[in-house]
Design a protein around this ligand. Structure first.
Ligand SMILES: [Zn+2]
Length: 253
């Protein structure tokens, strides 16, 4: 397996709202030998659905992008960012197995969160996190034990203990219990996701109402037909921050 070209479909099939970021099918080196999933938080800005998006794509001065395969917005929206290797984990060990070339072995999900322990996670974001984890594990045929948090992963003996806190405030043992139950439901074809099956317009009715009121859209329109994925991500971001930009197309990137 070299490139994970099913990342968008597996999330969509699970009933999640998916935004495919332009270029994801060729982003990251095509060198994946997939074993499991690592959960992260972005430690990003306090407002917006996925304000860290640009950094997740392009990386930071000290670390080349992409920095994950998926970004997970505060709304529970799944942003597909890369299908090849992503720099998200560093050296690590998990479940008694040596996964040292972690960038090749693990899918990285970066969920938007400030990283402050006092900031709660939105329930819709947690629900989407569990569902996405479960859908991936079912797809790759891995046990729930192959799901871990970065804070669990980043503790090889030679490394600094507790060098990573993410995802902050999430008890990964409890997550694995919940994800295992979700995996059973997916395998039985019995997943009920709030809003699933009603389409993207139903899920984003409130943002769209707001956009129409503000003159950003003249009517309810399927965003996929009028904007690129990055523009749509920018729209959601502005909705969460209530920033009015009259013409979406001419908005600065
Ligand atoms: Zn991390």
């Amino acid at each position: 397996m070299s490139r994970l070209l099913w990342l968008a479909d597996v999330a969509r099939d699970a009933g999640l709202v998916v935004v495919e970021i332009d270029g994801w099918k060729t982003r990251g080196t095509a060198d994946m030998e997939l074993k499991g999933v690592i959960n992260h938080h972005t430690a990003g800005a306090a407002h917006g659905d996925l304000p860290t998006l640009a950094a997740l794509i392009k990386g930071r001065p000290d670390l080349a992008g992409p920095l994950c395969h998926y970004g997970l917005g505060r709304s529970g929206t799944v942003y597909v960012i890369a299908s090849g290797k992503a720099n998200h984990a560093g050296d690590g060990q998990w479940h008694g197995e040596d996964f040292l070339d972690s960038s090749r072995s693990m899918i990285g999900i970066e969920a938007e969160h400030t990283g402050r322990a006092s900031d709660p996670w939105p329930e819709e974001q947690l629900e989407a996190y569990r569902l996405l984890d479960a859908a991936i594990l079912v797809r790759i045929g891995a046990p729930v034990a192959n799901l871990c948090g970065h804070k669990e992963w980043a503790q090889p003996p030679e490394s600094t203990p507790n060098r990573k806190p993410d995802p902050i405030g999430i008890d990964m043992n409890r997550s694995r219990t919940d994800v295992a139950e979700m995996m059973r439901r997916i395998e039985m074809g019995d997943v009920v996701v709030p809003g699933a099956g009603e389409g993207v317009n139903a899920i984003f009715a409130t943002p769209f109402d707001w956009a129409v009121e503000m003159g950003i859209f003249t009517e309810h329109t399927n965003p996929d037909s009028v904007v690129t994925s990055e523009e749509f991500a920018a729209f959601l971001d502005r909705y969460h921050q209530r920033v009015v930009v009259p013409n979406l197309r001419s908005a600065p990137r």
